[in-house]
Ligand binder design. Structure first.
Ligand code: SAM
Ligand code: SF4
Length: 478
């Protein structure tokens, strides 16, 4: 696919800001869509095309409840047609919460004197990773505050420590990063450590509102943050994740901001973001937030459906900030990754106590605190195929969400078999008996579906590899 740049008021140039707030508001204020227009836009997306800013605004401004349901139905259909039933699982691992910034919504902000500041030393980090591996985790996102202690060299060091931890059959096979923006040289250093995605959320794409919430420190610079993933690309990191913190400003504007950011990366680097995240603000220690732009569940589910349709080939990440019920609804719109067994208190995975969350030790409140196994068990019951696959990244097949979307048969030949193999490992090594039984029934059903599909899938080979895993081999993939 060739990414045709959209004609925007600020022309796209590498490492140059690209957001024009007035332009975004003009789209939102002047488009009053008819039913037919909304349906045309949904059909365009179902034909596997990315939507323009004007088309995204058409979906955003469709408010009739029947049309909103059609948008949600479109997202469900796109998911079923393109992505099937896999959900990739990961866990966040907070490395340190020292921070020199003052983001008014965050429990880690420098001015919060109640926050208990901690940074995992190597020994504590190893314990945390061992505990995560003993739960069955294979993919982590490491999270850091913004502080001179968390230099690119330090981040790279922690990544190497984590990759080095092997407990029983456990190992971490992919490490993503959520940390402060770096300069090009800094991104190069972190890339060398073999990271997966570098994720940075813009928080709000509105320059003035951004200043309103970011009261001190480096993060106050809107443009430096906006162009951070350009610098990552310049440093050779082509796997980047974007996001907006929903609740800071009008959700409709932020959805447009995310699409504009996607356009920009496609125009300048010929590759869009690997993933989009859409965290909603949660309660936090010493939070200073008036709630004026709080996003209701109704608008939240609508906006996720719109994002799915607007960028049909990008991975969508849904986190445990949301409760189980919202997660279950939104997952049907084609979310590709969720976290499971999430704990945000620094050092808490290895403490092994599931006591009440302590807001002074975590960045914000988690609403889905179920264990990884509870989540997997529910996914299996709901017809999903939980996956810990990391094959593309390890084989250098970058941009896997895009390939899943655009290469015919890719999912059936690679993603589903790898989901089955990594689930088999999980069931053998970590699942309680009841989940194991349920899991193997789901695997058999998926194998039968692959057998009857039109794609040429080597199901006997998948069955052989399942047997090899049951006999003790690990880390087999296509
Ligand atoms: N310090 C880095 C930064 O700000 O980019 C690392 C990431 S921060 C620890 C991770 C993300 O959590 C932020 O980008 C923000 O979007 C989100 N976050 C902060 N406070 C939150 C809150 N109260 N509720 C939900 N998400 C929050
Ligand atoms: Fe620091 Fe990030 Fe929290 Fe802002 S969001 S206070 S930069 S940890």
């Amino acid at each position: 696919m060739i990414f045709t740049p959209e004609k925007c008021r600020i022309p796209d140039q590498r490492m140059k800001p690209f957001i024009d707030a007035d332009e975004i508001w003009e789209y939102l204020n002047t488009i009053h869509p008819t039913k037919e227009q909304v349906r045309e836009v949904i059909a365009k997306s179902l034909d596997k095309n990315r939507l323009s800013l004007a088309e995204t605004a058409i979906l955003i401004n469709a408010t009739d409840p029947g049309l909103v349901e059609e948008i949600k139905q479109g997202a469900r259909e796109l998911k079923e047609r393109v992505y099937g039933n896999r959900i990739v699982l990961f866990a966040p691992l907070y490395i340190g919460n020292k921070c020199t910034n003052n983001c008014s919504y965050c429990g880690f902000k420098a001015s919060n004197k109640e926050a208990i500041r901690q940074t995992l030393d190597d020994k504590a980090l190893v314990h945390e990773v061992e505990a995560l591996e003993e739960n069955g985790q294979k993919r982590l996102i490491l999270v850091y505050g913004e502080h001179p202690d968390y230099s690119p060299e330090y981040i790279a060091h922690t990544v190497k420590v984590v990759y080095g931890v092997k407990k029983g059959n456990g190992e971490i096979r992919r490490i993503n990063i959520n940390a402060a923006p770096l300069d090009i040289e800094g991104f190069r250093i972190v890339k060398e450590a073999n990271i997966g995605t570098y994720q940075i959320f813009q928080e709000t794409y509105h320059p003035e509102m951004y200043k309103h919430y970011h009261l001190g420190g480096m993060k106050r610079n809107f443009e430096y943050r906006l162009t951070s993933l350009d610098r990552a690309q310049e440093a050779g990191i082509d796997d980047v994740g974007i996001g907006a913190l929903f609740g800071l400003y009008d959700w409709r504007y932020e959805v447009m901001g995310l699409i504009r950011h996607t356009n920009h990366l496609e125009a300048c680097y010929h590759v869009g973001p690997h993933t989009i995240s859409f965290p909603r603000i949660q309660e936090a220690s010493a939070i200073n937030f008036d709630g004026k732009y709080r996003v209701s569940d109704y608008d939240f589910t609508k906006l996720v459906a719109i994002l799915r349709l607007a960028v049909p080939y990008t991975g969508l990440i849904l986190t445990a900030r949301e409760n189980a019920a919202v997660r279950s609804e939104v997952m049907r719109f084609g979310v590709s990754q969720i976290d499971g067994g999430t704990k945000l208190e620094i050092g808490s995975y290895s403490e092994n106590v599931n006591e009440k969350q302590d807001l002074n030790r975590e960045q914000f409140h988690v609403n889905d605190s179920r264990s990884l196994n509870e989540i997997i068990d529910e996914l299996l019951g709901d017809g999903y195929l939980p996956s810990f696959c990391t094959a593309c990244y390890r084989l250098g097949r970058t941009g896997e969400h895009f390939m899943e979307f655009s290469v015919p048969g890719f999912i059936k030949r690679y993603c589903s078999p790898n989901a089955i193999l990594t689930l088999t490992e999980y069931l053998q090594d970590y699942a309680p008996e009841a989940t194991r039984e349920k899991g193997f029934v789901v695997i058999e059903k998926n194998l039968q579906d692959l057998e009857s599909s039109h794609e040429k899938v080597n199901v006997p080979e998948i069955r052989k590899r399942i047997e090899r895993i049951r006999a003790g081999e690990r880390d087999l993939y296509f």
